[in-house]
Design a protein around this ligand. Sequence first.
Ligand code: 13P
Length: 229
Amino acid sequence: MIFAANFKCNHTRSSTQSYISTLSELIKSDTSHECFVFPPATALLASTPNVTIGVQNAYMAQNGAYTGEIGLEQLDEFGIKTILIGHSERREILGESQEIVAKKFQYFTENGFKIIYCIGEPLEIRESGFDSVMEYLTEQFIGIDINYPNLIVAYEPIWAIGTGRSATIDEITITHKALKSIVSVPLLYGGSVNLSNIKEISSIDEVDGVLVGSASLDAVKFYELIRSC
Ligand code: 13P
């Protein structure tokens, strides 16, 4: 299983450092799972042997006049080679269009990054039926090379993110099955994953891992999630 922790706009540089040393220590002998942590850009640090550090976002440039952004040069300093692209919060709150997302995707493939590419539908699409869901999700693959060898896809229904209401086991199973017929890469589920639902979610055949927000913010609790699978 793949376990990815997305801190979003949480944690500081110092709290991230102690988080990573705690988590690395806890999982040190456990090689059965792959673990990623995505801290905020101000708290980037080098990966450890058992925790890969990735960046939540970056601009598609080496460096340059892109106020407020970070580029490849800043990531190189920390040896970062993993990035989240297409998270719904960037699409919805920061206004990243599919065109921008696809450009970013292409740039980071050219630079050999491991990409966790996020897709997910809003509630009104989910409520208008499964065909609409799949149509919406398929459009989020426009401009994306789904055969990129270093690709992981994360399905995160927007209505399940940070709401405490995860998708049901049936909804995850059916959606992941349909996605697996489009992409043949590891597929993560994200959206209110926590200690009470991780066992059931991780036992779905088509779920290769989870992308976790709030339930990942405490290193010991995140490790409990990992250990319970
Ligand atoms: P929550 O686990 O807080 O619902 O967030 C999920 C998410 O958006 C991870 O990228």
